[in-house]
Design a protein. Structure first.
Length: 100
């Protein structure tokens, strides 16, 4: 699998070269994930929480392992748990960004 499309996609999210490099160094496994099956769906899910592209990019730079978590088994249930505590979408998004 070619790395260039993934690097290009990270840049399209809003990362600069140093952020892309930092992300890869922190979590090199990220580059082994499918762009269509793994990375894009998780980024879309983050956007669905109310984050814009640059916020998604910053989240990935800070916590690239977030892109490895299962949407169905980990991320969605976590959001439902936060909402069950009375958090609104904005609070949930801030929490996920800080502590995925």
């Amino acid at each position: 699998d070619n790395l260039q499309p993934k690097v290009q996609w990270l840049k399209e999210l809003g990362m600069d070269d140093s952020q892309v490099a930092k992300t890869i160094v922190k979590f090199p496994t990220l580059m082994s994930y499918s762009l269509e099956d793994n990375l894009k769906p998780r980024a879309q899910w983050l956007k669905g929480l109310g984050l814009d592209g640059s916020q998604v990019a910053k989240t990935i730079v800070k916590h690239p392992q977030l892109m490895s978590y299962s949407l169905e088994d980990n991320l969605k249930p976590r959001v439902q748990g936060f909402k069950g505590l009375g958090m609104d979408d904005s609070q949930v998004a801030k929490t996920i960004v800080k502590f995925p």
